[in-house]
Design a binder for this molecule. Structure first.
Ligand SMILES: Cc1ncc(COP(=O)(O)O)c(C=O)c1O
Length: 338
């Protein structure tokens, strides 16, 4: 399999600081690395899609505010910096992972900052925008059969690492505890602070499961009565990029089913419809997995008399505008030019 980008660009420039996201003591806020902008995303209150919910509030972490445009910046940075600190990622190694897109974007961005060569394997069905973004950061990309989904890309990466283990640092977002720890130490703590400790329910959709596992684990430690609900696509074949139907997929090693007080299943059409409602009713242009997360959060919220439901919107909607769903919606849009 050939890579689309070849080895290229200037020689590696290591950042030097193993934890580039944490400013050194006395460091001024200006003039920091783009990596310092990862995390501390806004918590947005939803006003119109929640009409009729009375005393119940629904809020969402707006993860497209991360510099790579998604929640995966958090996990990727933690994976890279933990590996650097442990001596498992060195300048001579290629940073390799399978990704449905957003982790690849995050690794490509981080690799560009820190001077690592990055190789990504992704299903050919990933949206055109995502492919172009990783190539723009200088990553090398190869594609697997669309019908094999994210598991096909995963198998290809494992094959490559087994063939030449010393050549790569395999980020392995599905099994790497640094993935969920990013959310345990970041996302969850932010939610706790941003809600003043008033969060009662947490809802998140499952891909690698890092967001749900890390955030739910920490929030439950902070508030033992907190209710955590996970969201999956309802069917094995679905159109919600970034999410996994766990019964029919390779289950991520970091998945901890004991953390979910309930499992919710969302149809592709409902996720798409919710993504459209977010744009039209809240002014939030988010991805389809955010639509799935919202569908789950509203299901939980409708059962309550009072409470504060927090969910996570993993990425923005601009990465999906070339998909069929938005294409058909926009073709119907009033004021569309001929
Ligand atoms: C768009 C999108 N939504 C949701 C997720 C799921 O997040 P996690 O991998 O933390 O479970 C991902 C992960 O890749 C994603 O790219």
């Amino acid at each position: 399999m050939d890579f689309v980008n070849g080895p290229q660009g200037p020689p590696p420039l290591r950042s030097g600081a193993p934890y580039a996201s944490i400013p050194a003591p006395g460091e001024p806020p200006a003039g920091r690395s783009v990596l310092a902008q990862i995390g501390n995303t806004p918590l947005l209150a939803l006003h119109r899609v929640t009409v009729g919910l009375g005393e119940v509030r629904v809020c969402a972490k707006a993860e497209w505010f991360n510099p790579g445009g998604s929640v995966k910046d958090r996990a990727a940075l933690r994976i890279v910096e933990d590996a650097e600190a442990a001596g498992r990622l060195t300048p001579d190694r290629i940073l390799l992972d399978s990704t449905s897109g957003n982790t690849g974007i995050a690794l490509a961005m981080i690799g560009a900052v820190k001077g690592y060569r990055v190789q990504l394997v992704m299903p050919a069905s990933v949206s055109e925008e995502r492919k172009r973004i990783v190539l723009s950061y200088g990553a090398e990309v190869s594609y697997t059969e669309p019908m094999e989904g994210s598991d096909g890309a995963l198998r290809e990466v494992r094959r490559r690492v087994e063939a030449d283990p010393d050549r790569y640092f395999y980020a392995n977002q599905y099994d790497n505890p640094s993935n969920w720890r990013a959310h345990h130490d970041g996302t969850a703590v932010e939610i706790w602070r941003q809600t003043g400790g008033r969060v009662t329910h947490f809802v998140a959709a499952l891909g690698t499961t890092g967001t749900f596992t890390g955030t739910a684990r920490r929030l439950k430690a902070l508030a033992p009565g907190l209710h955590a609900a996970s969201v999956q696509p309802a069917t094995p074949i679905h159109g919600i990029e970034g999410l996994k139907h766990l019964d029919s997929a390779i289950v991520p090693g970091i998945h901890d089913p004991a953390l979910a007080d309930e499992e919710l299943f969302v149809e592709t059409e409902e996720a798409y419809e919710m993504a459209k409602r977010l744009a039209r009713e809240e002014g939030i242009l988010a991805g389809y997995s955010a639509g799935a997360a919202l569908a789950g959060a509203l299901r939980v919220a409708r059962r309550l008399e009072r409470g504060l439901v927090v969910t996570v919107f993993p990425d923005g909607g601009d990465r999906y505008l070339s998909t069929t769903y938005w294409g058909e919606e926009l073709a119907r849009a009033p004021g569309r030019r001929p």
